[in-house]
Write a protein that binds this ligand. Structure first.
Ligand code: HAM
Length: 423
């Protein structure tokens, strides 16, 4: 028996109803905020990720699925979408008409992390990105939209963690201060942080290993090193979020695992997921477009961990995607042929119909209709066919009515519409 690859998973029909609901809610919300969909390939040149996410990050150092193609070029299954969004913005000169572009994209990402609950090697993200705007008001608007999505999906127990990572002017000073702090401390760091200490000391700040957390307890804080402009930017983000009634926590340890961030960085954390508490993360990447060969344009975005969000909501999920409006129970061969005709006509009329062409008796078919959660059953018997009739049974009230076969689709459509109105 061939099994799934470790760290990968199937999203089964019983879960897809919820996934579709999340997707529809996100799309409708994002489109009301002026975002357009962009669909991108899942494989890119390795260099794109190495140059954007950063050589010294865990993702690039050890988590990418990288292959040599037949032309001896390195290609990589995308570990995230932001780099590809930026590549497309530059490659198609999307900035030429208007540098301000707002995109959303939904799809699978791949990281060779150690699999555990909430952490997969293929996982899905819902991304939203605003390119070409440096105003801190855009940061607040984006975070507002993200929080609204969680609200619309009735996700409780979330908190917004907010930080500023400064810019190319002020971050080097903070980096130096951190390196000085780290060289003066005798405490032990994990082996990863021993390496990061030299190349990427900011990452030591948000290491989850206990000894590193302990070591960093009294580390200098980035906000004390922000230049005037970054400070002002951050103040406006905070003020605007307060004006929009969005609660947040300042978290000076929030560094995030990708090197392209500048200024605002944020994460949505939840208590409902155990160790994998981040359900979404994002921030500004004001220098990324330019560093990949595009115009000097700022940007900000976020990605929601789709699998994690679905896991939070799964406990209360009642959105079954294949629940039919109508089950057709046919008794006898002639009735089955009639059921085929009816099911096709009803399918075309947009009525979600399930038909069982097996030899089950009426009882078996009613049982199946019940199990599928069908609101109605259309019973087709040989005798009724002679009279040109079928029987419609309401599975909730148990009422039955005879209806003519002729015009059944139109008839049922209006009955269902009436039922919906009276609900
Ligand atoms: P990220 O923090 O690496 O950011 O990922 C965003 C979210 O994806 C995480 O908060 C988490 O919910 C989910 N996620 C990450 N790795 C896994 C995994 N192995 N299994 C399940 N879920 C996972 C980014 O990817 C940035 N590109 C976000 C961004 C967009 N920044 C600006 N624009």
């Amino acid at each position: 028996m061939i099994q799934l690859i470790r760290g990968f998973k199937d999203i089964l029909p019983e879960e897809t109803g919820l996934w579709q609901k999340i997707e529809k809610t996100a799309i409708s919300l994002f489109e009301s905020f002026g975002f357009c969909e962009i669909r991108l390939p899942i494989i890119e040149h390795t260099e794109l990720f190495a140059r954007s996410i950063g050589q010294d990050t865990d993702i690039v150092e050890k988590e990418m699925y990288t292959f040599l193609n037949k032309k001896d070029e390195f290609i990589t299954l995308r570990p995230e979408a932001t780099a590809s969004v930026v590549r497309a913005y530059i490659q198609h000169r999307l900035y030429a008409v208007d540098p301000v572009q707002k995109f959303y994209t939904i799809g699978p990402m791949f990281r060779r992390e150690r699999p555990q609950k909430g952490r997969y090697r293929q996982f899905y993200q819902i991304n939203a990105e605003i390119l070409g705007v440096d105003s801190p008001l855009a940061d607040a608007q984006l975070i507002f939209m993200l929080v609204e999505l969680f609200k619309r999906l009735s996700v409780a127990d979330i908190s917004i963690h907010l930080n500023s990572l400064g810019c190319q002017q002020c971050r080097p000073n903070f980096k130096k201060a951190l390196q000085k702090y780290l060289s003066n401390t005798s405490s032990t760091l994990c082996s990863d942080c021993e390496r990061r200490k030299i190349n990427n000391p900011l990452r030591v700040l948000d290491c989850k290993v206990l000894s590193c957390r302990e070591t960093m307890k009294d580390a200098p804080s980035i906000v004390e090193h922000l230049c005037e402009e970054c400070s002002r930017h951050f103040e406006t983000v905070k003020d605007s979020l307060n004006d929009l009634n969005i609660s947040f926590e300042i978290d000076n340890r929030l560094v995030r695992g990708l090197d392209y961030y500048t200024r605002t960085s944020f994460e949505v954390q939840t208590g409902s997921l155990g160790a994998q508490s981040a359900v979404a993360g994002g921030g500004r990447y004001d220098k990324l477009i330019e560093s990949l060969g595009g115009p000097s344009q700022p940007a900000i975005g976020f990605a929601i961990g789709f699998d994690r969000l679905a896991e939070i909501l799964a406990a209360n999920n009642t959105d079954v995607c294949c629940k039919p409006d109508l089950f057709i129970a046919a008794l006898g061969e002639k009735a089955k042929t009639m059921a085929l005709q009816c099911s096709c006509a009803l399918g075309l009329a947009g009525i979600k119909t399930e038909t069982d062409f097996s030899d089950k008796g009426l009882k078996g078919q009613m049982k199946k209709a019940d199990r599928l959660g069908s609101g109605h059953v259309l019973i087709i018997g040989e005798n009724e066919i002679v009279e040109g009739l079928v029987v419609l049974r309401n599975m909730t009230t148990k009422e039955q009515v005879s209806l003519p076969i002729d015009g059944i689709a139109e008839n049922l459509k209006s009955i269902f519409a009436e039922n919906k109105k009276s609900l």
